[in-house]
Design a protein around this ligand. Structure first.
Ligand code: SAM
Length: 262
């Protein structure tokens, strides 16, 4: 197993980050911005904190897979996909990013710069494909994962910072494009049984609603129920107590999506 180059993934202190919108820490739980030492690279402190836990789950489900393509939705900086590809060198990773930006306060040029950031992190890693633009709400109609079908999909901190059509598009896309036995992993804060727990998540929900009333934490059982329509079974709900986040792990058990009209 390849070892992680942690220097590529973390900044030693926030001094190294040129935070673009100093008041805008709310899209993640912590600082984010362009690195002073390499301004082509975007950096998310949250990604350095959550990457280890996410890797543990991916290792459990994907380490024994001999080959296959893993699609990442909303890759952000490129830090996560870098770590995943180094941990699972037998698999091929496809990072993608939204062509617009869901944060109305963001700079419109961010999408292009974010793609460049992903490219800068990943260009030298042979099992990472060139980053592509993808609006996940239109994944079913896109060329991505058409042939061959995908082994796995990952979306980290995406489905609450976007309208419900994005969660629906990701799930419908998984139903259409994963191979049977393939997996989809959704990481982030969730509501459970209709309730948002924890001061941090309650405040975050308010902030999301201020940004866009359609944003917001999704309920684990609503996502699981929606996914079941697409042949996707919730096999594990991993809870991370330090961050109060979940990682929902689904397996595609059938081609049920083929019976649905989109
Ligand atoms: C908080 S960032 C998370 C980025 C990265 N996954 C991470 O955890 O560092 C939210 C991500 O969701 C993406 N996103 C929002 N709407 C999207 C859409 N319609 N299609 C694809 N990605 C979307 C954003 O572009 C952004 O990369």
């Amino acid at each position: 197993m390849a070892s992680l180059k942690s220097s590529d993934l973390s900044a030693s202190s926030n001094e190294e980050i040129r935070v673009k919108n100093p008041d805008d820490k709310g899209m993640g739980h912590g600082s984010m911005g362009w690195l002073e030492k390499d301004p082509r690279k975007f950096f998310s402190a949250a990604a350095t904190r959550n990457v280890g836990g996410i890797q543990e789950v991916l290792r459990k489900y994907l380490a024994d897979e001999p080959s296959g393509t893993v699609l990442e939705i909303g890759s952000g900086s490129g830090q996560h996909v870098t770590a995943f590809a180094q941990m699972l060198p037998q698999l091929q990773f496809l990072p993608t990013e939204y062509p617009g930006h869901p944060n109305p306060r963001a700079d419109p040029q961010d999408a292009e710069r974010i793609i460049e950031s992903i490219h800068t992190y990943t260009a030298d890693i042979s099992n990472i494909l060139k980053p592509q633009l993808l609006d996940a709400s239109a994944l079913v109609e896109s060329d991505i994962g058409q042939d061959p079908s995908l082994l796995a999909m990952i979306a980290i901190n995406v489905i609450h910072i976007s309208p419900p059509s994005v969660m629906e598009g990701i799930i419908a896309g998984a139903g259409a494009k994963l191979k049977v036995g393939g997996r989809i992993f959704l990481y982030g804060p969730f509501a459970v049984a209709g309730k948002i727990e924890g001061d941090g998540n309650i405040a975050f929900q308010e902030k999301l609603k201020e940004l866009n009333p359609e944003f917001g934490l999704r309920d684990t059982s609503v996502v699981a129920s929606f996914a079941s329509n697409y042949g996707l079974k919730l096999v594990e709900d991993v809870y991370f107590s330090e961050s109060n986040n979940h990682m929902l792990c689904f397996e595609k058990i059938s081609d049920a999506a083929h019976n649905l009209h989109h």
